[in-house]
Design a binder for this molecule. Structure first.
Ligand code: KDG
Ligand code: MG
Length: 402
């Protein structure tokens, strides 16, 4: 069996997605997601110029060998562009293998560990009252877990307060828009949101919060400690994770569960945080961390330390990643939760898929493969539109972490 061609499809049905389609001499094809929000064309060039030519003639059944070829063979290891390109190939090859086996992907991974996949959505509002309403709407939709973000008085466009409610789309302009940040104001406001949410909705729903890399380790420890009475499911990316020692300070002061990893690309980024038990949930996902083949290694390492999975699933992760992630989640023994921001109708039409939502859970289908396809004719009707993530500045103009 041979790979005879592979093409990169860029489409913008409401937002940009980069998809790799690998064709074989037996008529079976596989698709993989390679989207990197705001830097899409870098992955397109990496795939078209440096990966696709190497794939032609290879045996698509040799998933592990092709993964190692692309990782070790490039010499330049790791990084968000390389690992997304590898992920796209890997996912397309797992799709092909599962189609050849006439099985849904989760069966190839080891079979079902659970029935449904608990997901969380993003509730947000410009202030506490609006966010409280948004959380209520998610509860009405049957969600068991909800991420709550609020605007903060005096801060321009705080992180996570999107334009939409069920769709969260931060990449909103042809050049980066500028948002504001002030840690002191956030520290004085965010705990009040969770106090209000627990007063109104009780301790039934799981609540999550994303610090989006904004706090210093000391501030992060302070926030984690102040949020303790509200028993969050997790506090995410509360401080940047380049310096992983920093998490010790947070751990010493709080038992609020911590989640990190949506911008990690390999097991090497996650290893120290996991082995030192400085986090509770690992957020790496299929597209950013080298596909099914590599995410499985991260999850297995995490399992040794009772760290559970909580894969990134914002709107910029295409339905191809979401579908594949759900097969992964259906199998992975140390599953925690799956993020799920819905795609627009246009996106769903371009990527027909067999997963569905019911009462706070997602369910993958039984179609052979990962269950997600691409309608190329429809995709062609939505040409690429440059769109950047915003940047953040402090009140005095200093650049901060978005
Ligand atoms: O592209 C960036 C988004 O995916 C990211 O900002 C979303 O932090 C995020 C989350 O937790 O979903
Ligand atoms: Mg996040």
């Amino acid at each position: 069996m041979k790979i005879i061609s592979a093409k990169v499809i860029v489409t913008c049905p409401g937002r940009n997605f980069v998809t790799l389609k690998i064709m074989t001499d037996q008529g079976v094809y596989g698709i993989g997601d390679a989207t990197m929000n705001g830097r899409e064309k870098a992955v397109v060039a990496y795939l078209e110029d440096h990966v696709v030519p190497c794939l032609i003639g290879m045996d698509p059944r040799r998933i592990e060998d092709i993964w190692q070829y692309l990782y070790r063979g490039a010499y330049w290891r790791r990084g968000p562009v390389t690992m997304r390109a590898i992920a796209a190939v890997d996912v397309a090859l797992w799709d092909i293998k599962a189609k050849m086996a006439n099985m849904p992907l989760y069966q190839l991974l080891g079979g079902r560990s659970r029935d449904g996949i608990m997901v969380y959505g993003h509730a947000n509002g410009s202030d506490i009252a609006e966010t409280v309403d948004a959380v209520g709407q998610y509860i009405d939709l049957g969600y068991k877990a909800i991420r709550a973000q609020t605007g903060v008085p005096g801060i321009k466009d705080a992180y996570g307060v999107g334009r939409g409610k069920l769709f969260y789309e931060p990449a909103d302009a042809a050049l980066p828009s500028v948002t504001g940040w002030d840690t002191r104001k956030a520290l004085n406001y965010v705990p009040k949101l969770f106090e209000t949410l627990r007063d109104i909705y009780g301790f039934g729903p799981h609540l999550l919060h994303d610090g989006h890399h904004r706090y210093t380790p000391q501030e992060a420890a302070n926030l984690a400690k102040m949020l303790e009475p509200y028993q969050l499911f997790w506090l995410e990316d509360v401080t940047p994770a380049e310096n992983q020692e920093a998490f010790k300070l947070i751990r010493q002061h709080s038992v609020t569960p911590l989640a990190v990893g949506e911008i990690f690309n390999t097991i090497w980024d996650a290893k120290d945080l996991i082995q030192n038990q400085l986090i509770d949930y690992i957020r790496c996902t299929i597209v950013s961390a080298g596909g099914v083949t590599h995410l499985r290694r991260i999850a297995d390492l995490a399992a040794l330390y009772q760290v559970r999975t909580g894969s990134h699933g914002a709107t910029d992760l295409s339905p191809v990643t979401m579908g594949t992630a759900l097969h992964f989640d259906t199998w992975v023994p140390n599953f925690g939760i799956q993020e799920y921001m819905r795609h627009t109708e246009e996106t769903d039409a371009v990527f027909p898929h067999d997963y569905h939502f019911d009462k706070g859970e997602l369910f993958c289908g039984e179609t052979p493969g990962h269950g997600v396809d691409i309608d190329e004719d429809l995709a062609a009707k939505y040409p690429y539109k440059p769109a950047y993530l915003p940047v953040a500045r402090l009140e005095d103009g200093t650049m901060w972490n978005w």
